[in-house]
Design a protein around this ligand. Sequence first.
Ligand SMILES: [Cu+2]
Length: 296
Amino acid sequence: MGSISGASLVSRLWTLVAAGFALLVSAGLALAQDADKDFVDLPHYGQMNLHHPVTETMEKLVSLHNLLLVIISVITIFVMGLLIYVMVRFRASRNPVPSQVTHNTVLEIAWTVLPIVILIIIAIPSFKLLYFMDHTNEPGLTIKITAKQWNWQYEYPDQKIEFEAFIVKDADWAKLSDADKIRRPRLLAVDAELVVPVNTNVRFYVTSLDVMHSWAVPAFGVKNDAIIGRLNQGWFNVKKEGLYYGQCSQICGSGHAYMPIAVRVVSKEAFDKWVASKKAAQLPAPTEFARVEPSR
Ligand SMILES: [Cu+2]
């Protein structure tokens, strides 16, 4: 083995310094995004790890992911170490007569009990999170999401608002200003964003009119399948105002990549204003579909 030359040491140190600098810059960018009032959840240069969490669900998902990462890393390193040890220690040249051992009670109990303990350690937080994500008992707003090939239909039953959201076509997207192109990236920009209030439990029901789709917004830690004839339920409570993107996450045909999701999270006052303007702009429902209120 040759010793490390001075030049090589300097180049290694330089790589380390550069990596540290890149990390600082990306952390700075993330902080700058946090401070931004008009926050847009977009990937940034040098980003690592999952989406920046903006709901308690996503925070819990990130910590479960981190716990699993530690567990699988330790297991992988341990198994790798054992394999290397066995390959070296018991190689044919060093060990010409193979071992005839067939049983070892202590080892067998250990490799049965240890995985059980590890699985229990994983299962407890996993099930807790699963039940936490399942539903909310105190919804502040309810939304019905209907998927179809290839766009989303949104309905606010209590506010009596409904609209469809389509992807912005390339020709229209090209006409956007440069600043808008960054905030509303190609293939993610939609013509009508889903608007929800901040710090509110938003319950949503999701279904489909044709094939299976999936309504997913990574920063919220939400991904619920839209299935024909079924109403799936989910919820989120976003802590930070901004614009968040997601995509259909169930392969649903040739337009699968062209049904993005954009959710604009606004203050409660801004949400009320939006509801009022949306209602004013909406045409009255045809009489044959008008709701009949039960008489008391
Ligand atoms: Cu789809």
